[in-house]
Design a protein around this ligand. Structure first.
Ligand SMILES: *[C@@H]1O[C@H](CO)[C@@H](O)[C@H](O)[C@H]1NC(C)=O
Ligand SMILES: *[C@@H]1O[C@H](CO)[C@@H](O)[C@H](O)[C@H]1NC(C)=O
Ligand SMILES: *[C@@H]1O[C@H](CO)[C@@H](O)[C@H](O)[C@H]1NC(C)=O
Ligand SMILES: *[C@@H]1O[C@H](CO)[C@@H](O)[C@H](O)[C@H]1NC(C)=O
Ligand SMILES: *[C@@H]1O[C@H](CO)[C@@H](O)[C@H](O)[C@H]1NC(C)=O
Ligand SMILES: *[C@@H]1O[C@H](CO)[C@@H](O)[C@H](O)[C@H]1NC(C)=O
Ligand SMILES: *[C@@H]1O[C@H](CO)[C@@H](O)[C@H](O)[C@H]1NC(C)=O
Length: 645
């Protein structure tokens, strides 16, 4: 089961070990974590102090000690990263005062809106029969005005309408951040909405070698789309008439806190030799540097839709360490729970001081049934624009090039497996695996694809494919029976349409990582769930919708799925609470959200998973947040919160 899902689910937070690209193969990037600065040393004294550790293990070779230092964390977090041999790392770990010494791991992640906010019902609901009154959270919070959110991700596409600053007040005086110059990015790209932007790739380059400038911008600019999506989900302005290709999910796109200020910390970069669709990599010490800056810059909330190895101890985990120092300054940190479900123990970012966010559905689907030649209708969904049309139908496993597949890969439409002679002009039924089935069908001359979802139920991820394609999720065996018993089987794909107000919702997304925590099973994780299935938000115009070279379409808004999409929803609710209660501690905010969370769906029943089974706290944590109860102050009166500082 676990292997099967790791193979078929596209939005993975996979963990890889790749050899360092340093000249000396024995040298690897280690982080030496020393705790927190006392605040009495100058930056120069701190760096000299960090270098003294290197001198102590690298002997008299001052030059080597000098070259090996990558980051010296000077603001808040005390520590540094450097190229060390395993022996040197071991020696440093024995020095008094060293808390931990660990490899800077690359977190390879398929990094990890309109309707979602209406569904959460924070907004004056478009289509909501019982719209919240003017006292709703959003207006009380003044739309998040003057709360600053740091987003650690793949950067930002600053030209997006979602980041316009029309009518916004000047940047808060407390802000100490910068707008870092780089390729196709300078201070003119920041404004009163996008108030800060920095990028971090020293560790990336120590690990993978110099950035290939054809694959990414050496600047905060986003070539992937992910960072633009997450940051616009948190703080995007209201943009009327936004929709993905083909008009799916059209409506007013808005972030959860449309007047919040955004500060972008780009920490994720392309993996050499892979398309952005396959993944992105974010290194621990680059992320720690971003945390250290974000804290010093004056952010109030940090959103991190990145995750890695689920069983690393907190002291060896850059996100956990960064989040701890943030928490100590009352900065709330929300992180994605991961996309490795439905296996148990798959939840990541489990440190108790992190808000760990699972993913669930909203009350919307993109209905696109198929009709077999025998008139049987099978439910499907699609966000690819196409009209009704009938095609001859084949099953991928029957039209493969002999020898290109095994028992485990038959029917998956993997690259190079389909025979053009047998596929040309036809619709191909493939099992839905990665992102590439439709591309293989297209390569072999096929004209449409029916994708069989590997599990039952509405938990289908929408992608805007290049050829007509629908993902079917019930009664898949009927398709085989029909193909087998007919000489010239055919299928009609029905033009997709957006349906709103579907029930029951929310249900847990099939991919959302499940508890318990592999590190500390006694602490319930995830904490909470939020919309993460087929969420519309802004996209990078340098990325295509499918993020593969053969796709050169440009879109301003895009539908994407993952706990990467749910985490920014929670970050936005944190922003609103922070705006109403600036003195509440991180713990108070987390507690308020968790104690008002709901575990019921829009039928008034307990939230289920995508297959209809009752879900539990290891899936949704405390439940869904953002309900009106958050506004009832009595709920919190028994707790007199003392801010940490
Ligand atoms: C900043 O970027 C803008 C837009 O790309 C460009 O017109 C301008 O010359 C740049 N300014 C500097 C100082 O590089
Ligand atoms: C949205 O698009 C529709 C149709 O294209 C148009 O009639 C309408 O005026 C647009 N609304 C806004 C606010 O731009
Ligand atoms: C995850 O971290 C644990 C603890 O550090 C380690 O033992 C394990 O090998 C790691 N797993 C992977 C896949 O790297
Ligand atoms: C599709 O197949 C059915 C039989 O399965 C046949 O009756 C029908 O005419 C076919 N339709 C087209 C458009 O070929
Ligand atoms: C496509 O088929 C569906 C279902 O039969 C029908 O409701 C719809 O009107 C058709 N669309 C067009 C453009 O013919
Ligand atoms: C593949 O499946 C066939 C038919 O089910 C079976 O006979 C064969 O042993 C399988 N091969 C492997 C390598 O599992
Ligand atoms: C599956 O097919 C059976 C008949 O073969 C039908 O009764 C049932 O309603 C179908 N289920 C769905 C969800 O379409």
């Amino acid at each position: 089961m676990s292997n099967y899902f790791s193979r078929v689910l596209p939005f993975l937070l996979i963990f890889h070990i790749i050899l360092a690209s340093c000249a000396d193969q024995r040298l690897q990037v280690y982080i030496v974590y020393l705790g927190e600065h006392s605040g009495t040393k100058t930056f120069q004294e701190i760096e000299d102090f960090h270098r003294s550790y290197l001198h102590s293990v690298k002997g008299n070779s001052k030059e080597e000690a000098k070259d090996s230092l990558i980051y010296s964390y000077k603001n808040v977090i005390n520590g540094f990263s450097a190229l060390l041999s395993p022996e040197e790392a071991a020696k440093i770990s024995e020095i008094d005062g060293v808390i931990s010494v660990f490899h800077s791991h690359p977190t390879i992640s398929r990094l990890h809106t309109t309707r979602s906010w209406d569904f959460i019902n924070l907004l004056e609901g478009i289509g909501d029969p019982n719209p919240p009154n003017a006292q709703d959270l959003l207006s009380k919070a003044n739309y998040g005005k003057d709360v600053i959110v740091g987003v650690l991700d793949s950067g930002v596409w600053p030209e997006s309408e979602s980041f316009n600053d029309n009518g916004m007040d000047p940047v808060p005086q407390s802000w100490k951040g910068i707008c870092q110059n780089g390729v196709a990015f300078n201070s003119t790209h920041c404004n009163r909405k996008l108030i800060g932007a920095r990028y971090y790739l020293k560790s990336y380059e120590a690990y993978y070698g110099p950035l290939n400038t054809r694959l990414d911008f050496r600047s905060p600019r986003d070539i992937n789309g992910h960072g633009t999506h997450t940051s616009s989900t948190i703080g995007g302005r209201r943009v009327p008439n936004a929709s993905s290709i083909g008009g799916f999910g059209s409506g007013t796109a808005t972030g959860g806190a449309p007047l919040a200020r955004l500060a972008i910390y780009k920490v994720c970069w392309p993996i050499p030799g892979q398309t952005p669709a396959e993944g992105n990599t974010c290194l621990d010490d680059d992320m720690l540097a971003a945390f250290d800056d974000a804290i010093a810059d004056g952010v109030h909330v940090i959103s991190v839709s990145i995750g890695g190895n689920t069983s690393r101890p907190y002291t060896n985990d850059g996100i956990a360490i960064g989040a701890l120092h943030a928490l100590k300054r009352n900065i709330v940190v929300a992180c994605s729970a991961g996309n490795s479900g439905p296996t148990t123990y798959s939840v990541s970012n489990v440190a108790p001081w992190i808000m760990t966010v699972g993913a669930s559905s909203i009350d919307r689907m993109f209905s696109s049934p198929i009709v077999l030649g025998n008139d049987m209708i099978i439910k499907g969904q699609s966000v690819t624009p196409f009209g009704n049309r009938t095609y001859p139908l084949v099953y991928a496993a029957d039209v493969e090039i002999p020898g290109t597949t095994t028992n485990f890969t038959r029917g998956l439409c993997l690259r190079g497996t389909l025979s053009p002679a047998l596929v040309r002009g036809k619709a191909v039924f493939c099992w839905r695996g990665g992102t590439f089935e439709t591309l293989e069908v297209q390569r072999a001359g096929g004209v449409a694809t029916v994708l069989g979802n590997t599990h039952e139920g509405r938990g289908v991820l929408g992608s805007p494919y290049l050829i007509p394609a629908s993902v079917v999720y019930f009664n898949k065996s009927d398709i085989f029976n029909y193909i087998e018993t007919n000489q010239n089987p055919n299928v009609t794909l029905i033009q997709p349409k957006t349906l709103i107000g579907t029930k029951p919702d929310p249900f847990m997304a099939p991919f959302t990582s499940r508890g318990p925590s592999a590190i500390e099973p006694n602490i319930l994780k995830p904490d909470i769930t939020a919309p993460g299935l087929n969420i519309l938000a802004a996209w990078s115009e340098a990325a295509s919708p499918l993020n593969v070279p053969s796709d050169n379409r440009v879109v301003k808004y895009q539908i994407d799925s993952g706990t990467s999409m749910s985490c920014p929803h929670i970050a936005a609710i944190v922003v609103l609470l922070k705006a109403i209660h600036p003195h509440w501690s991180s713990a108070a905010i987390r507690s308020a959200m968790m104690t008002t969370a709901k575990i019921t769906n829009n039928l008034g029943m307990q939230i289920r998973d995508s297959q209809g089974n009752i879900a539990g706290p290891f899936e949704y944590g405390a439940g869904t947040s953002g309900h009106r109860e958050l506004l009832i102050p009595d709920l919190f009166m028994m707790l007199s919160y003392v801010p940490l500082q």
